[in-house]
Design a binder for this molecule. Structure first.
Ligand SMILES: *Cc1c(COP(=O)(O)O)cnc(C)c1O
Length: 458
């Protein structure tokens, strides 16, 4: 296969799975080339776009990102749970390149094409539930969430949307309203969309009466609020992340989501599972909802769907998806053919390499080591997550007080040592681990060594 020649960049480095799988530091982090680019970035790029890692990327593949100074960093971020199949994965490059040469855009609403239909067929197969399903393809996660809300409102004739504490759903106006965090997502950007009601999340580690009572008490509070404050007949949808992402990789206490889903079904409320971060094999199953056999009416999808190309979707019950009039859904670029071809390549890769199984294996390697670190270091309050969506919550030793300063220090130390990690959490005190599902085990363990050293150093 000679696809590499087409991808080779002037430095002679091509990305993808053939990139040497090693951590290698040849300059300090950031190196001189990255610092030069950072200066240009400060002059030309809006300050509101944050920079999490101080290095500029040159190539990436498998479990590494190589920067413009030639440093090779272990990737525990996957571009925020996007490149689950690895950067420039073989099937993604092959299919997207072929599509790129054939045509780049006709607009799916103007002259439709097979790739769009094929992606919708695949989404009907892989998402939870064996009911009849249809999909609409979009560009970003936030756009998918907006459309899911539009569909639920139209189909039910109701307006209220119920969302959870610690939720993250995007940065557009409606999705800011749906998101639970002021800084940095909402601060100064109001007014926000109305008819959004927030209810408690079953967050076991921080449930005041203890983890054992969390699922039941949280479900009762949610049901009471919807019944008394919002009104079930006014409620179009309950929107939830089956495993919360930006809010801190919170796994809702077992039993909570099935109870909420049953309540919704009883009252004709549409359940929308936001699987944008947790989907596509990330948690060791195709979708995180499957863990408790919750079958949502609608699912929002993005991030891991297309190996890095921008694509998003709402997939759901055919009768709901068909409710809105023609022209009510869509968009100029939604379901771009190159992104669709990439998605077909990514889904093919997930099947062929059994990436859900790889995610479970990553958990098997990482969790015991993270737990051992937690035993030794009172800085770690909790180890949680599933598959390759794992996290540690950092606290002041001996308390549950969030420790954002230590979290930032660990992230910076990891970056300096060649490990790309991200933080998250309402309190900024959670280190999240989202390695590409194709990462090798040696690299995974080396990344954990770096993390352990960084944790011990704060
Ligand atoms: C990232 C994310 C979004 C927003 O997706 P964008 O593509 O950034 O608009 C929505 N929901 C969840 C759960 C996410 O993780």
């Amino acid at each position: 296969m000679n696809q590499t020649s087409a991808m080779t960049d002037p430095s002679g480095l091509s990305g993808g799975p053939s990139l040497p799988q090693e951590r290698k530091l040849v300059t300090e982090i950031p190196g001189p080339r990255s610092r030069e680019l950072a200066a240009r970035q400060r002059a030309a790029v809006a300050a509101g776009v944050p920079t999490i890692t101080p290095v500029f990327a040159q190539a990436a593949g498998g479990g590494v990102v190589v920067d413009v100074d030639g440093n090779s960093l272990i990737d525990f971020g996957s571009g925020i749970a996007v490149t689950s199949v690895g950067n420039s994965a073989e099937a993604v490059v092959r299919r997207a390149s072929a599509q790129l040469a054939r045509f780049t855009h006709t607009c799916a609403m103007v002259a439709p094409y097979e790739e769009y239909v094929a992606v919708c067929e695949e989404l009907a197969r892989v998402t939870p539930g064996d009911h009849a399903k249809k999909s609409v393809l979009l560009n970003s996660g936030a756009e998918a969430v907006e459309n899911a809300v539009k569909i639920a409102r139209y189909a039910t004739g109701r307006q209220a949307v119920v969302v959870f504490e610690h939720a993250y759903h995007g940065r557009t106006n409606l999705t800011m309203a749906l998101t639970a965090k002021d800084m940095p997502y909402k601060h100064g950007f109001g007014p926000f969309a109305p008819e959004v009601y927030r209810v408690p999340t079953a967050y076991p580690y921080r449930w005041l009466t203890g983890a054992e009572r969390c699922a039941e008490e949280a479900a009762e509070q949610v049901i009471e609020k919807i019944t008394k404050e919002v009104g079930t007949e006014n409620t179009a949808a309950i929107l939830f992340e089956p495993l919360l992402g930006e809010g801190g990789f919170i796994e809702p206490a077992k039993g909570f989501l099935p109870r909420i889903a049953a309540f919704a079904a009883e009252h004709g409320i549409v359940t929308i599972a936001d699987e944008i971060q947790s989907g596509f094999c990330r948690t060791g199953q195709w979708f995180a909802c499957e863990d408790e056999d919750v079958v949502p009416d609608l699912v929002t999808l993005a991030k891991g769907i297309a190996g890095g190309l921008p694509l998003a979707a709402v997939t759901g019950r055919a009768e709901l998806m068909d409710a809105a009039h023609a022209g009510g859904l869509g968009g100029t670029y939604g379901g771009n053919p190159v992104a669709c071809a990439a998605a077909l390549g990514a889904i093919e890769t997930m099947r062929e390499l059994d990436l859900a199984g790889r995610a479970r294996r990553i958990e098997e390697v990482m969790k015991p080591r993270l737990r051992a670190m937690a035993e030794r270091l009172p800085l770690i309050g909790e180890v949680r997550g599933r598959g390759a969506m794992l996290a540690i919550e950092l606290v002041r030793p001996g308390t549950k007080e969030p420790n954002a300063a230590a979290t930032a220090a660990v992230v910076a130390a990891c970056h300096r040592a060649g490990l790309l990690v991200l933080s998250c959490g309402t309190y900024g005190n959670v280190l999240r681990f989202l390695p590409p599902l194709v990462i090798g085990e040696e690299l995974l363990n080396e990344g954990l060594d770096v993390l352990e050293e960084a944790l011990a150093g704060v």
